[in-house]
Design a binder for this molecule. Structure first.
Ligand code: GAR
Length: 187
């Protein structure tokens, strides 16, 4: 049985897409969902799907090593950042080399880095009058959005698009591809 641990900060629609994708696969399970936000809807999704879940604060995550200890005990085959907004400490990256992946809602290396998440990314893309955007699935290293790229998928941007409309299109692309890429990595 392969184990996936998901880290998410908010709504968790990507987490849900991953849960749904693997629901019929008896060789892969989502063993744990972790969030830095105790009121994140992703924690309710975990509960509804009978997946163990927990929230944590910055001290437990970056200083006390509590999350590292928890993850070492869990022994996941992959750690998936699905809308997780905190930087991953270097110590955690070292403990799980090439096992932590992230999804970013733009075509990196453009529109990445600190502060570039969610709607902020889509606003910047629209302001710059880009004609295409997309998603990047990449390994996580010590720097925001700089790890090796695994796969990218693009979508058009139409003339009158708002940032919200682009966000919706990007979410669709994420839900379609992210679980499949995870499955490929696991096999
Ligand atoms: C997703 O669009 C994901 O790409 C983005 O946050 C959203 C989370 O949505 N991640 C980042 O911006 C990371 N820099 P969700 O909670 O509905 O899955």
């Amino acid at each position: 049985m392969k184990k996936i641990v998901i880290l998410a900060s908010g709504n968790g629609t990507n987490a849900q897409a991953i849960i749904d994708h693997f629901a019929i696969n008896d060789k892969v399970k989502i063993s744990l969902i972790l969030s830095n936000n105790s009121t994140a809807y992703v924690l309710e999704r975990a509960q509804k799907n009978n997946i163990p879940a927990m929230s944590f604060n910055k001290y437990a995550f970056a200083k006390a090593g509590t999350i590292e200890t928890l993850l070492l005990a869990e022994q996941p085959d992959i750690i998936v950042l699905a809308g997780f907004l905190w930087k991953i400490p270097g110590s955690l990256v070292k403990l799980f080399p090439n096992k932590i992946i992230n999804i970013h809602p733009a075509l990196l290396p453009k529109y990445g880095g600190k502060g570039m998440y969610g709607i902020h990314v889509h606003r910047a893309v629209i302001e710059n009058k880009e004609q295409i955007s997309g998603i990047t699935i990449h390994y996580v290293n010590e720097n925001y959005d700089e790890g090796a790229i695994i796969e990218q998928f693009s979508c058009p941007i139409y003339k009158e698009d708002t940032a919200d409309e682009l966000a919706a299109r990007i979410h669709e692309l994420e839900h379609q591809h992210f679980p499949v890429v995870i499955e490929k990595i696991l096999s």
